[in-house]
Design a protein around this ligand. Structure first.
Ligand code: MG
Length: 241
């Protein structure tokens, strides 16, 4: 199994952890995901668990085959429908973000909805693969506010898309080429609200192990205030077979 690390922390101000994460082995790599739940009375925890369980199930079913983007999209839609169903049974307003990546030889395939993020460290550069589906990210894209202002914006938690919103899951997908020195990071906003990209890049670049880096990232988010749950999944990418 390629080197990976997964760490989740409740943070400094919340009493519950509504983030969920999963790393599953695939025949040719890894399936990694982070989901960040929302909705009161533990609904967020239920929603994010539904999302990552749907992917874990996909990885189990696919034990001998490949997990390709279309099957990841179907798993996201299944989770979306299950969250809608749970919401109808009394957990109104429940939903979650979902960022998933399949790490396979020479290539990453990702699916994303919400404001958790996937990043790729490649040749010392950190590139954000996913765009946040949030109101403040839209303001940044339209150059109304800066990325710096977005981090402290009072409405930074308002999402424009999530699992559990709307009739069908509205997700984005993408791919990236990878080499064996590259590192995938998937994280919830509890990290990125407190730790700027430059600091994340620095910690990943000078790491000893991915487990060390995960610990350092979570500690940095807590040192920065720890205002939300913090979840970090790291995986070493694979070179082309
Ligand atoms: Mg969060």
């Amino acid at each position: 199994m390629p080197e990976h690390a997964c760490l989740s922390d409740v943070g400094r101000t919340r009493t519950e952890n509504e983030d969920s994460s999963v790393v599953e082995e695939l025949p040719d790599g890894l399936l990694c995901a982070v989901a960040d739940g929302m909705g009161g009375h533990a609904a967020g925890e239920v929603a994010s668990r539904i999302a990552v369980d749907s992917l874990a199930e996909l990885a189990h079913i696919a034990r001998k085959g490949q997990v390709l983007l279309p099957s990841i999209e179907k798993a996201a839609e299944r989770a979306h429908q299950e969250i809608l169903e749970a919401a109808r049974e009394g957990r109104e307003g429940m939903g979650c973000t979902l960022t998933v990546a399949a790490v396979r030889p020479g290539r990453l395939e990702w699916l994303h909805v919400g404001d958790s993020r996937a990043y790729l460290l490649r040749d010392g550069d950190l590139r954000q693969l996913t765009d946040d589906d949030s109101w403040v990210a839209e303001l940044v894209r339209q150059r109304i506010i800066t990325a710096e202002q977005a981090r402290d914006h009072p409405s930074r938690n308002v999402l424009t898309r999530a699992l559990g919103f709307g009739t069908h899951a509205e997700v984005r997908t993408g791919t990236a080429d990878t080499g064996s020195d590259d590192v995938l990071l998937i994280c919830s906003d509890g990290l990125t609200n407190h730790v700027p990209d430059d600091a994340i890049r620095e910690m990943l670049h000078r790491r000893q192990t991915l487990a060390d880096a995960a610990r350092e990232l979570v500690d940095a988010a807590n040192d920065g205030g720890g205002s939300d749950n913090i979840t970090v999944v790291l995986a070493r990418c694979l070179a082309k077979a």
